[in-house]
Design a protein around this ligand. Sequence first.
Ligand code: ZN
Length: 384
Amino acid sequence: MVKNLPLFPTTVVGSWPRPPWLVRAFDDYGKKRGSKKKLTSHMDDAVKLALKDQEIAGIDIVSDGEQRRFSFLVVIAEKVAGFELMNIIDLARGRTHVLSTIEEMMLPKSVPQPIATGKIRRNRPIALDELKFARRHTDRRIKVPLPSPYMLAWQAWDYEYSRKVYPSPDDLAEDLVRVVRDEIIALRNAGASFIQLDDPTIQNPLNPEKYMKFLTMLLGHKPRPFKEELNWAVELINESVKGIGGVTLGLHVCRGNWPAPEEILPKGAYGPILPSLLEIKVNQLVLEFATPRAGPIDVFKDYPTDKQLGLGVIDVKNRDVETPEIVVSRVKRALKYFDPDQIFLNPDCGFASGRTWPVADRQTALRKLRSMVEAAKTLREAKS
Ligand SMILES: [Zn+2]
């Protein structure tokens, strides 16, 4: 657990807008116009910049901004053996209605999908190098986000390419749990303060006609009935964190974060999935509440909990920068259901879940973090 933090600690969900020169360096490397050494040097610089931005803003628990990752999901295939990265448009071809759904949902195109085509093996760490580098460049506590095994079981099993090795998503999930669990332990042992499992997929049962339908069409899954689906999610995540102490463990749940208009993105209050989220044995739920798509925080009225709440107080997709007063008012709503020492302040999600689809520019993101930190100061002063 993270100790000796101020009241209302401030943190981020993970990703930070990548500088244009980093995006270019990745492109050049992909087109064999740049060396690995040059790309690594750009990634190192971008991480230092992301850390410095968060320090300047006054964030208590920082991340490396996920600068080295293509996305919060694809990182698994970048590091773990047994995956192939398949272009989502190529995968969609010949599969009924998938291409039209990608258009309708305005999903980022040319995105690689991490598909399990071989035996999944963590033959090297996933985020340990990220943590070690960040540790050398900041004195702040560090949060490391990882993809949740439940999200991966949905995203990485394909009926055409995975079945030879893993007859069903359940079979794949066993290995995913092991991989994620081993990484959590390695990160804990290396001094991570906060390890966060990202899982936008767990809210899909709220929106069966949106992203879940898309994944079903794309990858050939058979969704389970509502409660059974959630029980599966709880079981996989709990297996991956079982008995692990000495670090704050969080679960981040949002409704997707790509630059499509609000009316296209999934929405729905947490209410129906909240009992399941509370069964998950993490210290903190990191939830979006600034976007109206997440519904009101009053869903906690019927579910008092001892867990910490990573309260989303910044709408990452809204270009307007929240004033500290707005942030304070959002925290006050949460104080109806949580004690002050249960609440952490964070934006709803990362500012750039994927390298090529930031939802905010860096300057706007920085101003939003500053507002959040100002609000935390006001709230602390009111309590002292
Ligand atoms: Zn998110």
